[in-house]
Ligand binder design. Structure first.
Ligand code: BDR
Ligand code: CA
Length: 320
C-alpha cells in the first residue's frame, strides 16, 4: 500500500531526490514550494524543471510562502548555488503552476484525501501557515514525515539544522500541533552521503533523468567533497524513505521542543532522549524521576544507508 502524500519542499538538490523517490513510491498528490535553499521564485522554478525532465508533469505544483513567519529570510547558495539547483543545464520550465496558494492547496487536499501525509523537506512555513489558517487541520492529517532538526549537532549553527533554523517559529507550531511526526534529522541523514562512487553508479544508468541527477550531485556533493572532505547528505529523500520502507530508519519516541530563545541555540531541536540512557536512570517510574513531557515525535536514531541506496538506485532506473 502506498501512503497518500504531499511533498512540501525548497528544491534544492536533495529535495529533487525526494520528489523522484516519492513519485514512484507514494500515492503522490502534489508538490508545494517554500523559500529555503533559494528564493521562492527559484525553488518553484526548480520544482517545475524537475517534473518536466522526469516526465511527472501531471503532479500539481502550488507555490507557497516566500519568507519565514517572523524572522528574516536566509538562503543556502554555498551548498545549492545561486539558483538553488546549480549543476545541470535545464531549459526554462513551461509546465503551469496550480492557480492556488500552497497553503490553500494543503488544506483543500486534507479535505479530499483520507489519511494524507505531509512530507516537508524545507523550512516549515507552509505547514505552519496552514495550521494557523485552519486550526482543524491536524484532525485530517495522518502524519508528517519531515527532514529537519538533529538529535546531535546542527549545520547552520552548532546547534541548529537549516530547515528548522530558517523558520524556528513555524517549526514550533508544527511540533506542538498534535499531528504524529517522524523527525528525520541530520544525525541520520549525514550518514548517507552522496559519495563519488554513488554518483558514478547513478550516471552509469545512462538516462536523461539520471544524467541530470548525477550533474546535480556533482555540484552538490562532489564539490563539497573537494572543499570539505565530506559529500552532501541525502537528507530529503530519507523523509520519503521513512514512509516507504520501515527497515531504512529506526525511530524512538521523544518529546521534541524547538528552541526559540537561546542566544546560541535558536532553532535547535531539543530531543528528550533520557529514556535511552544506558544506565536506565531515566526509565519513567513511580518516583517520577526524569519523567518528561509525553513524546510528540518519533525521532530517527539509526539508518541503514545501503538499503536506502538499493531502493533509490532501483527507483532512478525507472525514469526516462
Ligand atoms: C536540509 O537543508 C537543505 O539545504 C537541504 O535541502 C535539506 O533539506 C539539510 O539541513
Ligand atoms: Ca530541502
Amino acid at each position: 500500500m502506498k501512503f497518500a502524500a504531499i511533498i512540501d519542499c525548497d528544491p534544492g538538490h536533495d529535495d529533487v531526490m525526494a520528489i523522484l523517490l516519492g513519485a514512484r513510491t507514494l500515492d503522490f498528490h502534489g508538490i508545494t514550494t517554500v523559500h529555503g535553499n533559494a528564493s521562492l521564485e527559484h525553488t518553484t522554478r526548480n520544482a517545475r524543471q524537475t517534473v518536466e525532465f522526469a516526465n511527472l508533469t501531471s503532479l500539481p505544483i502550488a507555490k507557497g510562502m516566500p519568507r519565514p513567519l517572523l524572522r528574516e529570510v536566509h538562503y543556502a547558495p554555498e551548498v545549492h548555488g545561486e539558483s538553488g539547483l546549480d549543476g545541470p543545464v535545464l531549459p526554462p520550465p513551461t509546465v503551469s503552476l496550480r492557480d492556488q496558494h500552497a497553503v490553500d492547496f494543503i488544506i483543500e487536499q486534507s479535505h479530499t484525501i483520507p489519511d494524507l501525509y505531509l512530507v516537508p523537506t524545507g523550512p516549515l512555513t507552509n505547514i505552519a501557515a496552514a495550521l494557523l489558517r485552519d486550526p482543524s487541520l491536524p484532525s485530517r492529517i495522518k502524519g508528517i514525515s519531515l527532514m529537519g532538526g538533529s538529535l546531535t549537532f546542527g549545520n547552520s549553527t552548532p546547534a541548529s539544522e537549516f530547515n528548522i533554523w530558517c523558520d524556528p517559529e513555524a517549526a514550533h507550531l508544527v511540533f506542538t500541533s498534535g499531528i504524529p511526526i517522524k523527525m528525520v534529522g541530520l544525525n541520520v541523514t549525514r550518514q548517507v552521503p552522496a559519495t563519488a562512487e554513488r554518483v558514478a553508479q547513478i550516471r552509469k544508468i545512462g538516462r536523461t533523468t539520471t544524467t541530470h541527477v548525477a550533474d546535480m550531485l556533482d555540484f552538490y556533493s562532489v564539490r563539497l567533497i573537494k572543499e570539505y572532505g565530506v559529500g552532501g547528505g541525502m537528507h530529503d529523500p530519507l523523509a520519503v524513505a521513512a514512509l516507504v520502507d520501515p527497515e531504512i530508519l529506526r525511530f524512538e519516541p521523544m518529546h521534541v521542543v524547538v528552541e526559540l530563545k537561546g542566544e546560541h541555540t535558536y532553532g535547535m531541536t531539543l530531543c528528550d532522549g533520557r529514556h535511552l540512557r544506558p544506565d536506565n536512570l531515566a526509565i519513567p517510574g513511580p518516583t517520577g524521576i526524569h519523567e518528561g513531557a509525553p513524546p510528540n515525535a518519533e525521532v530517527a536514531i539509526a539508518v541503514n544507508a545501503d538499503r536506502f541506496w538499493e531502493l533509490f538506485l532501483d527507483i532512478l532506473a525507472t525514469y526516462p
